[in-house]
Ligand binder design. Structure first.
Ligand SMILES: Nc1nc2c(ncn2[C@@H]2O[C@H](COP(=O)(O)OP(=O)(O)O)[C@@H](O)[C@H]2O)c(=O)[nH]1
Ligand SMILES: [Mg+2]
Length: 309
C-alpha cells in the first residue's frame, strides 16, 4: 500500500502512467461500496485532529481499521504529522490497523490535489474507514464532498466560523454537524441553536436525510460515541435504495469536471463543446474510472488546442 501511494505521488511521466493504470483498476474493480469514506472539515483549531484521535480510540477496540488522510494546505509537516505522532505515541507504532498520511494540497491553496483522490482510492481498498481531514476555506468543502460518502463539519463555538460558513452558502453540504468543545459550556449550546436554525431555512439535495447537529468534546470524549452512531446511520441511509451509487456517480462526474476546469479553464472545456455537452458525455458511459476520464478528456483538450494553434 505504501508503495502504491508513493507511485501515485511520483511525478515522472512513466510512473504517472503506471499509477493511472493502477488507480483505474482499483476504482473499477474494488468491492462496492467498500470502505466508509468520511470527510472532516472545519476551521483550523476547531478540534478535527483531536476528534480523529478520539475516533481511533473508539473504533479500534471494535476491531475496525482506520486510515486518515490529513490534507495540509501549506506543508507536509504540520497537522497531519502531529496527529500521526500523537496517535502513534499512544497506540504504539506497531498497530497495523491505523494508517495516517499527510498530504500537501499542491494544486491550489486550500483545495484538494489529485493525490488526495488517489490516496483515498488506495486506502479504501485496505481499511474499513477512510477519513480525510481538510481545513475548511470555502472551496475545500466542495472538493472534499466529491471524495467522500459522508461530510462532517466541525464548528468551533464562539469563533464566528459558523456564520462565515452559512454566509458562504455551504450549509447544504455536510451530512453531520459537530459542535466541538462542548466542555466550553453554554457557548457551545448557542452554536448548536445557531446551526439548527440555519439548517431549518435551507434546502438540501438529499431531502430524505436530516443532518444531525451533535455536541462533542474531543478532549474528554463526550459525544464521540453518538458521532460514530450518526456516521453509521448515514451509511445505512446511503445504502437504502442504493443512494450510494447515485452519490458516488455524481461525485465522480463533478470530480472530472473540476479537475479539467482547474487544469484547462473554461476555454479548455469549450474545446469539448462546453459544460453541458461534457456533462451529457459523462452521463452516457459511466464505465471508465474518474482517473481515466480526466486523462483521456485532458488529452482531447490538448489535441484540440494544438490544432487550433
Ligand atoms: N476545550 C477543548 N479543547 C479542544 C477540544 N478539541 C480540541 N481542542 C483543542 O483545540 C486545539 C486545536 O485542536 P486540533 O485538533 O489541532 O484542531 P484542528 O486544527 O481542527 O485539527 C488544541 O489545542 C486542542 O487541544 C475540546 O473538545 N475541548
Ligand atoms: Mg488538524
Amino acid at each position: 500500500m505504501a508503495e502504491a501511494l508513493n507511485l501515485t505521488d511520483d511525478q515522472r511521466p512513466e510512473r504517472q502512467a503506471a499509477a493511472l493504470k493502477l488507480l483505474d483498476i482499483l476504482e473499477r474493480e474494488a468491492p462496492f461500496p467498500g470502505a466508509a469514506r468520511i470527510g472532516i472539515t472545519g476551521a483550523p483549531g476547531a478540534g478535527k485532529s483531536t476528534l480523529l484521535d478520539a475516533l481511533v480510540r473508539e473504533l479500534r477496540p471494535r476491531g475496525e481499521t482506520v486510515a486518515i488522510v490529513a490534507v495540509d494546505p501549506s506543508s507536509q509537516r504540520t497537522g497531519g504529522a502531529l496527529l500521526g505522532d500523537r496517535i502513534r505515541l499512544r497506540s504504539g507504532s506497531s498497530d497495523p490497523g491505523v494508517f495516517i498520511r499527510s498530504m500537501a494540497a499542491r494544486d491550489r491553496l486550500g483545495g484538494l490535489s489529485d493525490a488526495t483522490h488517489a490516496g483515498v482510492t488506495i486506502l479504501a481498498l485496505v481499511f474499513d474507514r477512510v477519513f480525510i481531514e481538510t481545513v475548511g476555506v470555502g472551496q475545500s468543502e466542495a472538493d472534499v464532498s466529491r471524495l467522500v460518502d459522508t461530510l462532517v463539519f466541525v464548528a468551533n463555538p464562539g469563533t464566528g466560523d459558523v456564520l462565515q460558513f452559512m454566509k458562504a452558502g455551504l450549509l447544504e453540504l455536510p451530512d453531520i454537524f459537530l459542535v466541538n468543545k462542548a466542555d466550553a459550556g453554554p457557548i457551545a449550546e448557542r452554536t448548536v441553536s445557531e446551526l439548527e436554525s440555519g439548517l431549518s431555512l435551507g434546502e438540501r439535495s438529499d431531502a430524505a436525510w436530516t443532518p444531525p447537529v451533535l455536541l462533542t468534546s474531543a478532549r474528554d470524549g463526550s459525544g464521540v460515541h453518538q458521532f460514530v452512531e450518526a456516521l453509521d446511520a448515514h451509511r445505512r441511509h446511503l445504502q437504502n435504495d442504493d443512494r450510494i451509487s447515485q452519490r458516488r456517480g455524481e461525485a465522480a462526474r463533478a470530480l472530472v469536471i473540476g479537475a479539467l476546469q482547474r487544469r484547462y479553464g473554461s476555454f479548455g472545456l469549450q474545446q469539448l463543446g462546453g459544460l453541458a455537452s461534457l456533462r451529457s458525455r459523462l452521463a452516457e458511459d459511466p464505465t471508465p474510472s474518474a482517473f481515466t476520464r480526466i486523462a483521456r478528456l485532458g488529452a482531447e483538450i490538448e489535441e484540440a488546442l494544438r490544432k487550433s494553434d
